[in-house]
Structures are given as structure tokens and as C-alpha cells.
Design a protein around this ligand. Structure first.
Ligand SMILES: Cc1cc2nc3c(=O)[nH]c(=O)nc-3n(C[C@H](O)[C@H](O)[C@H](O)COP(=O)(O)O)c2cc1C
Length: 221
């Protein structure tokens, strides 16, 4: 796949076919992604690949915690108050993902159903939990983890797979550790849902928005 087409064609996939991803394909994706850059080639990441029974347990746990109203206890803080411009974009995305599914604002049951689907990792057949070391500063490890995460998404896209980065799958690390045997010295940052995309589903098709270059590029000449 041509690189620019891959970058523009990758999008968050929120509905997957009920088809497992062969371990060999996941391995190929990760084998490509390990060539991502990192500060001083430190490669501060650890990836936990959940499929099958452990993933089913994860989904059930994350849903159970959500329905119980458990407080988010993520290993890295999750901002709730965004600066205005970002808040507006976040709000816009929230509206679009509901409206393309025909879920109205006042339809609480529909909204709850969608939210429960999200915390269940959109029922993807594979979830990669991306971690950093708890024994090192977070900031540049987060940068490096972002790089490998994007590379995973692109390499997966190249193989006809869909992905969705999901902070919603990293909210309850203490519970996750019990299922995925992730040690205390790793911070669980984000999950990457992966599977074969159901491209007929509106949630995987809507038109996305991006800021224009002049909103964030500052030429210094
Ligand atoms: C760190 C991070 C966390 C995210 N968490 C979620 C999430 O919890 N739920 C979700 O539906 N999408 C999540 N996303 C996906 C973003 O909403 C998505 O990347 C953004 O809207 C841009 O759309 P695109 O990926 O289709 O280009 C996350 C993305 C990133 C980078």
C-alpha cells in the first residue's frame, strides 16, 4: 500500500467482523512496528496481546466495572477538562459517532448501549495493551508509545485489518493485571482493538474532520 494512502486511509474501526486474526498476521504487524523510533532507541514499550478467553474476561471486567460506576483509576491521568478548541472537537466526534448510528441525543438507552460496546473494545477479536515502564519518566515514553501505536495501526491497515486506539480499555489497571499478568512496574496506557473491519457499518464510514494546516502550522521564515 502506498504510504500516504495508508496514512489517510487508516481510520478508527468500531465494528469488526466475527473472524479471528491469525496469530501469524498479528506477529507480522508487530514485527513491522518494532522498527518504530524511540528516544535513544530505548524502546520503552511492552505490548500485551489479548485474544480468546483472556480477552473475553477483559471485556467482561471492563463492562462490569463501567456498569458498577467504578472510578477511573488509570495508570496515566486522563484529562476530563480540555481546552476549548479541543473540547469542541471532542464534542463533535461524540455527536457524529452517535448520529451515524441513528442514536438521538435524548436516547439514553442507545447512548448507553454504544458506550458499553466501546468499553467492550467494540468486540474486537484482539486487543493489544500498550504499556510503558513505571520506573522511568512518563513523558517521552508516552511519545515513543504513540509512535509504535500509530505504526501498529498503519501496519495493521496495510494487512487489511482495522484498529481503534482505546483509552477506554485502560481505566482499571488493577483488574487488568489480574487477567493479563501485567506486572506492577508497567503502566498500562492504551489498548489497541484489532480485527477485520466491517466496512459496511456506518460507524466505520463517516466523514472525519481535521484542522486545516493554517490552524496549527506556524511558518517561521
Ligand atoms: C490516545 C487515544 C485514545 C483513544 N481512545 C478512544 C476511546 O476510548 N474510544 C474511542 O472510540 N476512540 C478512541 N480513540 C480514537 C480517536 O477517537 C480517533 O483516533 C480520532 O477521533 C480520530 O479519528 P480516526 O482515528 O478515525 O482518524 C483514541 C485515540 C487515541 C490517540
Amino acid at each position: 500500500m502506498e504510504l500516504a494512502a495508508a496514512i489517510k486511509g487508516r481510520r478508527s474501526i468500531r465494528k469488526f467482523k466475527s473472524q479471528d486474526v491469525p496469530r501469524s498476521i498479528i506477529t507480522e504487524v508487530l514485527d513491522t512496528a518494532r522498527w518504530s523510533p524511540s528516544w535513544g532507541n530505548t524502546q520503552p514499550w511492552d505490548l500485551y496481546v489479548l485474544t480468546g478467553e483472556p480477552l473475553a474476561k477483559f471485556k467482561a471486567m471492563n463492562l462490569r466495572q463501567t456498569l458498577a460506576g467504578a472510578a477511573i483509576a488509570s495508570d496515566v491521568p486522563m484529562l476530563e477538562k480540555w481546552p476549548d478548541a479541543m473540547k469542541a472537537r471532542y464534542g463533535e466526534l461524540g455527536k457524529v459517532v452517535l448520529s451515524v448510528q441513528g442514536i438521538k441525543r435524548e436516547d439514553k438507552e442507545g447512548r448507553d448501549q454504544y458506550y458499553q460496546n466501546m468499553v467492550s473494545a467494540f468486540d474486537a477479536p484482539c486487543l493489544i495493551l500498550a504499556c510503558i515502564s513505571a520506573e522511568n519518566l512518563v513523558e517521552y515514553q508516552m511519545f515513543d508509545l504513540g509512535l509504535i501505536s500509530q505504526t501498529i495501526c498503519l501496519a495493521a491497515h496495510d494487512k487489511g485489518l482495522g484498529t481503534c486506539l482505546l483509552a477506554a480499555t485502560a481505566r482499571y489497571p488493577a483488574e487488568i493485571r489480574k487477567i493479563a499478568a501485567i506486572p506492577e512496574n508497567k503502566k498500562i496506557v492504551v489498548g489497541i482493538a484489532m480485527g477485520y473491519p466491517d466496512l459496511s457499518f456506518p460507524l466505520n464510514n463517516f466523514e472525519r474532520d481535521r484542522a486545516k494546516l493554517d490552524e496549527f502550522v506556524h511558518w517561521v521564515e
